[in-house]
Write a protein that binds this ligand. Structure first.
Ligand SMILES: [Zn+2]
Length: 267
């Protein structure tokens, strides 16, 4: 598909010794487990430019989703429809996240052009595709914020230190090749006591253990990190951030991990 791939060290411990997991690898994409810390990751991710052009997340998501829906039996499709309905009946994201994060300047990393934050949030964003960033920037400026165009890890460093009350990384960190750079950048631009909300696929879920190579959390090549609670906690600590698991009660059943990364009050 691309000659653009490069070999990558472990995003958690920077170790270079890893063993390939054939069940979770596909085509030329090698999913490996780090010998030192057992972090699961894609060892040869495409570069950002290739990701932007060839495998835009939204595009592969729609393709894989359609394939999965076709494969499903009637019962599974009904369960899926029920889940979609319950999502629609839940309180708005603004109200839910306001309870968790509190009001103020929020940085949405990898945000779409749909600006979901309204007062008392002041929305900021980072987005790779130029057209989406431009649309979001216009809407965010009208609300007192702004959207920068670029890849998340380098672009987060453009914002001032101690600037944001909160950061949203919803379905983002599993795509980020440079986990350490984005999280250190987040630590820097959060205010002391500020929180980043993180949602990533849960590699230790029961469904993954059951479904193995058919697990919906696997996406090639756009998911480049497959976290467990332990490795997610570890990357937070590497960046000087505290860790709080927010879906602890059913984590072994949940296909996703939801957590808060919290900047300590005193540095
Ligand atoms: Zn490692």
């Amino acid at each position: 598909m691309t000659g653009n791939a490069s070999i990558r060290a472990c995003p958690n411990c920077t170790g270079t010794q890893a063993v390939k997991l054939p069940v979770y690898s596909r085509d030329e994409w090698n999913v490996v487990s780090c010998d030192d810390c057992e972090m699961i990751y894609l060892q040869n991710p495409p570069k950002y430019e290739a990701l932007e052009q060839d495998f835009a997340w939204e595009k592969t998501f729609v393709q894989e989703d359609e394939t999965r829906v076709k494969k499903r039996g009637l019962l599974k499709r009904l369960a899926y429809a029920g889940r979609m309905l319950s999502y629609r009946l839940r309180p708005s994201p603004n109200a839910r996240y306001l309870r968790v994060l509190g009001p103020g300047k929020i940085l949405d990393v990898g945000c779409g052009d749909v600006v979901r934050w309204t007062a008392p949030f002041v929305p900021f964003g980072i987005k790779i595709p130029k057209a989406l960033a431009k649309g979001a920037d216009k809407k965010m400026r009208a609300l007192g914020g702004e959207c920068r165009q670029g890849a998340g890890a380098p672009t987060i460093w453009e914002f001032p230190e101690n600037h944001f009350d909160s950061i949203m990384m919803h379905s983002y960190l599993e795509h980020e090749v440079d986990v350490d750079q984005i999280l250190r950048g987040a630590q820097r631009c959060l205010k002391p006591g500020g929180k980043a909300f993180i949602r990533v696929p849960n590699f230790n879920s029961l469904n993954r253990k059951w479904s193995k190579g058919d697990w919906p959390g696997l996406r090639y090549p756009d998911h480049v990190n497959y976290f467990t609670v332990n490795t997610l906690k570890s990357v937070a600590a590497n960046a000087g951030l505290g860790f709080q698991l927010t879906n602890k009660h059913k984590i072994w059943l949940d296909d996703n991990i939801q957590a808060l990364f919290i900047k300590p009050i005193q540095n």
